[in-house]
Design a protein around this ligand. Sequence first.
Ligand SMILES: Cc1cc2nc3c(=O)[nH]c(=O)nc-3n(C[C@H](O)[C@H](O)[C@H](O)COP(=O)(O)OP(=O)(O)OC[C@H]3O[C@@H](n4cnc5c(N)ncnc54)[C@H](O)[C@@H]3O)c2cc1C
Length: 350
Amino acid sequence: MAEYFEAYAQHFDIMGRIRFGTRVEQATPCEGGGYRLQLAGGECVEHDGLVIASGNLWDPRWPEVPGAFDGDFIHSRDYMDATDPVDCRGKRVLVMGLGNTACELAVELSAAGAASQVLLSARSGQHIVPKVEASIPHPSEPPTGLLATLPRPLRNALFQRIFPRVIGRVISRMPDPESLGLPPAPATFFEKRMVMNNDLFGRLREGAISARAGVKTLMGNRVEFEDGTVDEVDVIVAATGYRFSLPYLSDDILGCSPPEIELFHGVMHPRRHDLFVIGVMKAICSIWPRSEQQMALVAPLLAGEYALPSQATIERESYPILDVPFSNCQFYTADLQRELAKGRRRARRR
Ligand SMILES: Cc1cc2nc3c(=O)[nH]c(=O)nc-3n(C[C@H](O)[C@H](O)[C@H](O)COP(=O)(O)OP(=O)(O)OC[C@H]3O[C@@H](n4cnc5c(N)ncnc54)[C@H](O)[C@@H]3O)c2cc1C
């Protein structure tokens, strides 16, 4: 992947425009437009627009659990492997959470030669599906047939009807999570982003991983769970997710806190047309091609080759980026491309 990104940057000749190892400490709007960036070390630079691409999976969301734990307590952000930063080999490890990361870590830690015991603690259930399912197209695949040609609202409505049936068929072939000690899965497929994992059910079935309820209290080297079970534990790995935070940008500038931000087509601030967020979305397919498509909208806008619609349309087509129901990722790309084509036509008319 690193080689690919390097080749990409070289191909588009952007290496010389990157200032590596330069942290933005503060971004503030300038009076006449644009932003003043204060860099680590004190230098200030001004730019016409600000593209936020600083990631949303780095600020750990720690679980709030009463009590104190005597063993090692790390967040999945810091987990490298079963020996780093904590040597989990031969130890009793509790993984908190039931998202993609928690399930991956539990499977990895339960491999031979890793932890002696793996507990997986979940407060609420998840739909868990295989990573690849031959009978259905992956959500990264372009939609075909009717779905490709219908107008957007109709297409989305149809997708919302078809998707649960298709996924329902896949889920019906999987074990019932409750039969393996996990909490019941959500009532609908749109409530939570699904977990993709091929090995978790097998490991639970063979006892290499044991499901536990949510953590109630930490008691030295023991952990009490919501159902009253108590286990001795050496290491806790909190795979409890991340907060989307932008420490260099005040909430006043955004008009809300970062997780609540609504963006035009998931990209542009509806009232600050020179402020963009790239790569922050809920998707179950690769984010990188989506990020590139997002920039394919931003770059022509900054170059004056794409003209925005009316403010009313901008506001109507803005939505919270972290609170949208999952859909086919190609729909999103298609919508961005359609908007780009419309904006280019608007720019030519002006
Ligand atoms: C365990 C795990 C597995 C994942 N697997 C996948 C996957 O298979 N497919 C997928 O699409 N996504 C995956 N993701 C999500 C993945 O993180 C994103 O897709 C991808 O990294 C987003 O790239 P990005 O450039 O937007 O953000 P990041 O990769 O987070 O990069 C942000 C950059 O901004 C820099 N930065 C931050 N703050 C500042 C500042 N103040 N000043 C200057 N620079 C700053 C950081 O140093 C960093 O270089 C995974 C995430 C995790 C945690």
